[in-house]
Ligand binder design. Sequence first.
Ligand SMILES: NC(=O)c1ccc[n+]([C@@H]2O[C@H](COP(=O)([O-])OP(=O)(O)OC[C@H]3O[C@@H](n4cnc5c(N)ncnc54)[C@H](OP(=O)(O)O)[C@@H]3O)[C@@H](O)[C@H]2O)c1
Length: 295
Amino acid sequence: MEKAGKGRRGIDGHTLLAGVIGWPVAHSRSPLMHNWWLEQYGINGAYVPLPVAPGQFDTAVRGLQAAGFRGANVTIPHKEAACRIVDRLHRSAQRSGSVNTLVFASDGKIEGYSTDGDGFVANVEAHGVSVKGGRALLLGAGGAARAIAASLLDRGVAVVMANRTRARADALAAMLEGITVVDWEQAGDILPSCTMLVNTTSIGMEGAARARFPLDLAQADPALVVCDIVYVPRQTALLEWAATHGLRTVDGLGMLIHQAGLGFEKWFGVTPVVGPEVEALLDADLHHPAADGAG
Ligand SMILES: NC(=O)c1ccc[n+]([C@@H]2O[C@H](COP(=O)([O-])OP(=O)(O)OC[C@H]3O[C@@H](n4cnc5c(N)ncnc54)[C@H](OP(=O)(O)O)[C@@H]3O)[C@@H](O)[C@H]2O)c1
């Protein structure tokens, strides 16, 4: 690890480099978070946004590796392309069908991990909710849904999935054994038997088209935990609705922080503490008018 003492650092020939590859990527809060951690731990490192257009992903990754970067996070729309470029695909990435963390190993190989699912679980557990057994209703069947479903299944949670486009949920269930799929409009019928509800769709996200959820929270078991992975706004309409029914809620900001830890540790050699300070930093930044997006 390159130590430079706590506080602001200059960039020099020893600076450890990483970044986030996405398109667009300007909205990403990952540079803010990683650079704050670097400063806190006095590490001579830098983490930069890397706007890479579709079609340029492989060229960019090879270039970063050749330029001595330690690795990178990968966000929309490259998470699946990242699966194809790696030499060593970690089980988490195989299960989720995507890679959000690339590590350029010292033997010249590229390693790929997916930390979204475990980041979700770690955040829920940090809110005092045990993720073991029970039944989760997952709304959505996109990239985040697959990673979360895999992590829940690994912890013995029964997963029921409902997606607006049913064929997408069926395709996902064919790849991940153990998922039950129901029609989007039938999700409400399953709700009373569930211990956890997870919104992995973009419904409720700032800037997204307005849409309603196909269920009535009045029908939920009082012990239901309602999770939303959308974090802009942090307090989504779903979470507000759940609170009016006295249900426990978990917002999506902690998932963003928890998913970042593994990459930071691999690139910079320190396991960062996911505490209230980094959460407050991101929370304050999200109230900036330019806030949007994920990853
Ligand atoms: N907290 C975090 O760290 C974190 C991490 C990753 C993602 N996220 C957030 O999670 C959300 C999904 O991300 P993703 O990467 O999984 O995206 P994605 O692959 O594009 O999937 C989007 C999902 O949302 C559904 N959807 C979109 N608009 C809808 C509508 N009007 N009605 C019903 N369903 C709708 C889609 O259904 P169809 O299949 O029918 O289109 C699909 O299931 C985003 O809001 C993202 O910001 C948060």
